[in-house]
Design a protein around this ligand. Structure first.
Ligand SMILES: NC(=O)C1=CN([C@@H]2O[C@H](COP(=O)(O)OP(=O)(O)OC[C@H]3O[C@@H](n4cnc5c(N)ncnc54)[C@H](OP(=O)(O)O)[C@@H]3O)[C@@H](O)[C@H]2O)C=CC1
Ligand SMILES: Nc1c(N[C@@H]2O[C@H](COP(=O)(O)O)[C@@H](O)[C@H]2O)[nH]c(=O)[nH]c1=O
Length: 330
């Protein structure tokens, strides 16, 4: 987009915002995905090819057992798409609609076709729909050093109700004179995935789950992280993370603690449960992915934290990723 947030100008010609290096980055990204989606207006306006330009990247995909190019996907409520568009130039495409199709159905159907990574390339209406429905894991924002300065032009997104919280900023880099930012719109999902990655580091145990935990400040910066049995065979992830923070650290009063598994409410090996540690530390918000399966103890962490006034958020959408780390989860 331009520095003033536009992804095109108001003329009939397509506005090129990327330079050579940024087009190469886009090509690399395209080569890494299973499908590329654009809205019907983008097909009408830009007549995009939506293919991988680099012969080496195409060959690399084929060597990995993938089609040369990702599947092309579009949406149309009206059905008014010219059949001579580049989009239809071979049969590696799918179009949803007419009439309008809910995006939840679109992504479910694409998953059924083996699409694990979908790149949404625009335009404004489609960006807005994916972001307001919390269907995007990542946003790649490329800012070109130009102004459009014309409110008749399409912006990156239209008006809408986007997630209330701050996004997580991943890396920032330059592609020629374009600044490229990678962001994660759903901060809770992002941090729970960090917990899942931490849980992979746990020394194995037959009698305890592998768990990861991260404490994050109100400003979105990480305060501490830990995983089960990191320093002691009986330590839980939340204890490991909390042990790295000075008690009474003022950041805790507005922090969130993330844990891949519901914080425990009773311990066999130690006097204090993780829920009690969290309450004692004065952390006001806890987010976890999976309720504790009743394999070793009956987990009542959610209830104990809630009763103490902690805001507790369960994210069942991340639970399958938590379970995938260990067969103990059943
Ligand atoms: N700089 C950049 O990187 C990019 C810029 N662009 C620019 O964006 C502009 C186009 O954006 P915009 O006008 O917002 O249009 P979009 O490309 O987002 O397409 C919107 C259309 O998609 C269809 N659609 C959207 N949601 C659904 C749904 N759930 N079910 C069925 N159909 C659906 C409708 O098609 P229908 O009209 O058929 O009913 C709708 O009118 C162009 O100017 C283009 O150049 C686009 C991509 C990238
Ligand atoms: N103008 C613009 C983009 N436009 C996007 O690229 C599509 C064209 O792709 P193709 O025909 O395959 O080269 C177009 O439809 C739109 O989705 N992308 C960018 O990274 N930077 C740009 O400056």
């Amino acid at each position: 987009m331009s520095v003033d947030g536009y992804i095109d100008d108001a003329s009939g010609e397509r506005l090129v915002l990327s330079g050579d290096e940024d087009w190469d980055r886009v090509d690399e990204l395209r080569a890494s995905v299973d499908a590329i989606l654009v809205g019907a207006n983008t097909i009408r306006k830009d007549n995009p090819r939506l293919r991988v330009r680099s012969a080496e990247r195409r060959a690399d995909r084929v060597a990995r057992g993938l089609p040369e190019n990702p599947l092309r996907v579009s949406l149309t409520a009206s059905g008014g798409l010219g059949k001579d568009a580049e989009f239809f130039s071979d049969d590696n495409f799918v179009v949803y609609g007419p009439p309008a199709v809910p995006l939840s159905i679109v992504v479910e159907d694409l998953a059924g076709r083996g699409v694990r990574r979908l790149m949404v390339e625009g335009g404004s209406a489609v960006h807005t729909a994916f972001l307001t429905q919390n269907l995007a894991d990542e946003v790649w924002l490329a800012v070109a050093p130009i102004f459009v300065g014309d409110s008749r032009a399409p912006r990156f997104v239209q008006d809408g109700q986007f997630g209330a919280g701050r996004m997580v900023l991943g890396d920032v880099r330059r592609a020629g004179d374009v600044t490229v930012m990678r962001m994660f719109p759903d901060a809770d999902r992002y941090w729970l995935r960090v917990c899942v990655e931490e849980s992979r580091k746990c020394p194995p145990s037959e009698t305890a789950f592998p768990v990861g935990a991260v404490i994050v400040g109100a400003d979105g910066t990480e305060i501490a992280r830990g995983y089960s049995r990191e320093t002691d065979p009986t330590a839980h992830a939340e204890e490991e993370a909390l042990a790295k923070v000075t008690p009474g650290d003022p950041r805790l009063a507005t922090a969130t603690i993330y844990s891949s598994l519901e914080p425990c409410s009773t311990r066999k090996s130690r006097p204090r449960s993780c829920a009690q540690w969290i309450i004692g530390a004065g952390i006001p918000r806890a987010v976890f992915g999976l309720r504790e399966p009743s394999r070793f103890v009956v987990g009542k962490g959610f209830e104990m934290l809630t009763a103490a006034g902690v805001t507790v958020v369960e994210r069942p959408d991340v639970a399958p990723e938590v379970k995938q780390v260990s067969t103990l989860y059943g």
